[in-house]
Design a protein around this ligand. Structure first.
Ligand code: PLP
Length: 484
């Protein structure tokens, strides 16, 4: 049947072809040279919305007009995460194979809630997550599932832990029950805030999170964890889960997972490993040890959208008891019942959401395009660049490093002169270098001290960009000191 375009149908296919070529050209030019834009958006709050009409146009507009507004109004309000000077938070990459996959995924508009609503999406997810699991050196007892973010992956992991400890929670809930011990989730004082948020949402109450002190290198103290568990048991708390982190958000420290896993095994406590950022480094020869002990965990999250060149969003939860996630969440209304004979996997059973995007496609294309070797080499290069930057900091009398550099993030700061406030000086350095439009770095606090954070993870970033960042930071630190 030939497609005849209808006045009430979609955009004419030939018109689509024309615009798609134009958009592809725009993306290719953008990816060829993202640094033609300032990395950090320079607009004022409200500026973008003020430039846009307050209501939907009554009549449809030509794509040329829409695209020109995209370039004129929206692009200036974009902070460019694909810019080689993006060194803030965790630097990420929307790589070209991933972008192509997103294009195809939007065209197919697959909604993979059931196996039959796109068998390829379900089965590709299984195959791709098995590839990734092997790259990370995790055993096949881990079943994987894709969610949007690590926050959601962790939420599901802790829901499974709750399901194991209080199986009646699905029917009876937690509120108003007597007797019901308070449940405890342990994590270090460096753990990401997504743990607190999951606990809030699971109805445990934020007081259920017990933050375990970390050592001088920001790693959870296993002895303090053991003490906390014993203390809680003695006071009527029921330990529910421990969250250990491989690559903490501030300093990328690695908790002692083997010792924590040992304790969790003895105490029958669910162990969730948050390897959202750094887990992928386990595929680099010589770095396999970072996931040592994780094979004993009950669940582990890793985010290909952080440091595996996959366009946002894509987070993977590996779990050794996916049946618990299913018993927590599977619920099939009549209209979703299917007659598939084989034991097919319906992805809607492994989580709170019914509809789900075809995210596996982009991870599959990224893994195939770069290959295991290509991925390892790129991760190793980012770690080399971070070591190089750290060595410059260490050699400079004007700067100090504030944490070890196990991966691709360096925490450091300018040393203050006698009467200077070091925190204020570094805040001003941050604002000054970010104001150049050439680089974007972020900050954290370590031991109460304001720290600058330089994160390497974008595929466009080379040694010369890192060198330029160091030059700018030194230059602005010098100027701010002299103007004091
Ligand atoms: C260690 C760690 N875990 C979890 C998260 C949350 O990630 P997401 O944005 O995917 O929810 C972050 C965010 O940076 C993180 O650093």
């Amino acid at each position: 049947m030939t497609r005849v375009s209808s006045p009430l149908g979609d955009m004419d296919p030939e018109e689509f072809r024309r615009h798609a070529h134009r958009v592809a050209d725009w993306i290719a030019d953008y990816l060829a040279n993202p640094s033609k834009f300032p990395v950090l958006a320079r607009v004022q709050p409200g500026e973008i919305s003020a430039a846009l009409p307050a209501t939907t146009p009554v009549r449809g507009e030509p794509f040329e007009t829409i695209f020109s507004d995209f370039e004129r109004i929206l692009v200036p309000g974009i902070t460019h995460w694909n810019h080689p000077g993006f060194f803030a938070y965790f630097a990420i990459t929307g790589s070209a194979p991933g972008v192509l996959a997103e294009f195809l995924s939007a065209a197919l508009n697959v909604q993979a809630m059931l196996w039959r609503t796109s068998p390829a999406a379900t089965e590709l997810e299984e195959v791709t997550l098995s590839w990734l699991r092997q790259l990370l050196g995790l055993p096949s007892t881990f079943e994987g599932v894709i969610y949007d973010t690590a926050s959601i992956s962790t939420l599901h992991a802790l829901a499974a832990a709750r399901e194991r400890t209080v199986p009646s929670v699905r029917e009876l809930g937690l509120a108003g029950r007597d007797p019901m011990p308070r449940l405890r989730v342990y994590c270090s004082d460096q753990t990401h805030s997504s743990i607190d948020k999951a606990v809030i949402l699971l109805g445990l109450g934020q007081q259920s999170v017990r933050k375990i002190p970390s050592d001088s290198e920001y790693r959870m103290r296993a002895d303090a964890l053991a003490h906390a568990v014993a203390d809680d048991r003695a006071h009527g708390w029921q330990p529910l889960a421990v969250v250990a982190t491989v690559g903490t958000t501030s300093s990328t420290s690695v908790d002692p997972v083997p010792a924590i896993a040992d304790l969790c095994g003895r105490e029958s406590i669910w162990l969730h490993v948050d390897a959202a950022y750094a887990g992928v480094a386990a595929m680099v020869p010589g770095r396999e040890g970072i996931l040592q002990g994780a094979e004993l965990a009950d669940s582990l999250v890793v985010n290909p959208h952080k440091w595996l060149f996959t366009p946002f969003d894509l987070s993977v939860l590996y779990c050794r008891h996916m049946d618990l996630i299913r018993s927590a969440f599977a619920l099939t209304p009549e209209y979703l019942k299917t007659i598939e004979a084989a034991p097919v996997r319906n992805l809607m059973d492994t989580g709170i959401q019914l509809g789900r995007r075809f995210r596996a496609l982009k991870l599959w294309m990224v893994l195939r395009h770069f290959g295991a070797e290509g991925l390892r080499d790129r991760l190793a290069e980012h770690m080399r660049l971070a070591q190089l930057f750290a060595s410059w900091v260490d050699e400079s009398p004007d700067f100090e490093r504030l944490a070890p550099v196990p991966f691709s993030v360096v925490c450091f700061r300018a040393r203050a002169q006698q009467s200077e406030d070091a925190d204020r000086l570094n805040e001003r350095i941050l604002e000054a270098v970010n104001g150049t439009g050439e680089i974007f770095i972020s900050h954290t606090r370590l031991d109460g001290r304001y720290a600058l954070r330089l994160a390497i993870g974008n595929l466009h970033t080379t040694e010369s960009h890192v060198m330029r960042a160091w030059g700018l930071i030194q230059e602005h630190a010098h100027q701010l000191r002299s103007s004091n």
